[in-house]
Design a protein around this ligand. Structure first.
Ligand SMILES: Nc1ncnc2c1ncn2[C@@H]1O[C@H](COP(=O)(O)OP(=O)(O)O)[C@@H](O)[C@H]1O
Ligand SMILES: [Mg+2]
Length: 328
């Protein structure tokens, strides 16, 4: 069953001469599915994640499309109508999520606030759930009575993740949840998230610039470039071959197992300025496979053997062969 359906979503910044940061994005997330969203910094991942949860704030604005979550059109609902569904239908954790904790309230008071405002749970039930979510992220129960400044960055980020689980949300959006943390803490949190999958029923949208992390945790991956999805594919397929030349370049930049060296081949230049988008394919100026058509006509996101790819060249190559793509 589809839990989330994003349909042609467009998000702009600014009213006069707006910048399109999300340019017509469509995808689904099924119940209990883990989906990754990956792309270089500035490609619109956070803008998209925020808009899905209707947390976009001016100058950001939804300029088109729909977000249907658990059968409700979130783009057609007022903040007042959305309120009862916040934390329950979707909860969001940001990279700087730990800074979202209120410095003058204990962790317990902040957990309780969410539960009191959004449920009619009894006192014992509230206390019970607070302890449960702390156990889930392997934090000592004593920290309930601490203030945020008494905790390390990694602990605070775990607290924010625990908080996201309080009301058993159907969808959790994690936006670069470990990017600000050191490698050891990052590893612990990733392992923890995978372990939670067996414990709680939830779908995940995992947003990161780090394709390696995304592949590790996701069933399906969306590759984003300049405000659009350029490839949608199963993680296990991506480990074999990326279809889009951008995906292939990202794959080539992954660290080689067993080696400390991080080799970067391929990804020359930088993403386009969203104010001055090139004609045709947004990736063309950086693409090794570029043809004349790419500079003229913007490719559509096409279905190819159960995956989706926005590329003239790869699309044709696979159609000509009529079988398994073997690019890369
Ligand atoms: N507050 C803002 N005001 C104007 N433009 C913004 C703002 N935040 C982001 N943008 C624009 O949206 C684009 C996408 O940003 P963002 O969603 O943060 O990307 P990502 O999360 O992939 O790094 C940026 O390149 C920038 O042009
Ligand atoms: Mg971001």
């Amino acid at each position: 069953m589809s839990l989330l359906s994003v349909e042609g979503l467009k998000v702009t910044y600014g009213l006069r001469n707006p910048v399109y940061a999300v340019r017509g994005v469509s995808f689904e997330i099924f119940e209990e599915e883990f989906v990754g969203l990956v792309g270089e910094s500035g490609c619109g991942k956070s803008t998209l994640g925020f808009a899905i949860a209707r947390l976009e704030r001016p100058p950001a604005r939804i300029a088109g499309g729909r977000v249907v979550l658990d059968g409700r059109d979130w783009t057609a609902m007022s903040e007042r109508e959305l309120r009862p569904h916040r934390w329950k239908d979707v909860s969001v954790v940001l990279q700087s999520g730990m800074n979202a904790l209120n410095p003058v309230m204990t962790i317990e008071a902040q957990f309780r606030d969410v539960m009191v405002q959004h449920t009619d749970w009894s006192e014992p039930a509230i206390r019970q759930r607070a302890l449960e979510v702390l156990d889930m992220v392997h934090i000592d129960r004593d920290i309930l009575f601490r203030y945020p400044h008494e905790l390390s960055g990694g602990m605070k980020q775990r607290v924010v993740i625990a908080m996201a689980f309080l009301l058993h949300p159907k969808l959790i959006i994690l936006d670069e949840p470990t990017t600000a943390l050191d490698m050891v803490v990052q590893r612990e949190i990733m392992d923890n998230l995978m372990e939670l999958r067996g414990r709680e029923k939830f779908s995940l949208l995992f947003i990161s610039h780090d394709l390696g992390l995304v592949l590790e945790i996701s069933d399906r991956v969306l590759i984003m470039y300049a405000g659009q999805i350029v490839e949608e594919n199963r993680a296990e397929n991506l480990l074999e071959y990326g279809l889009h030349p951008y995906t292939q370049a990202l794959m080539r930049s992954l660290p080689v197992p067993g080696s400390d060296a991080r080799e970067f081949h391929g990804l020359r230049g930088s993403p386009p300025n969203l104010r001055q988008m090139p004609k045709g394919c947004a990736f063309a100026p950086r693409c090794d496979l570029v043809t004349a058509e790419c500079h003229e006509v913007e490719p559509d996101l096409e279905d190819i053997n159960g995956a989706k790819v926005r590329c003239h060249v790869v699309g044709k190559e696979v159609r000509v062969r009529g079988s398994e793509p073997s690019i890369g």
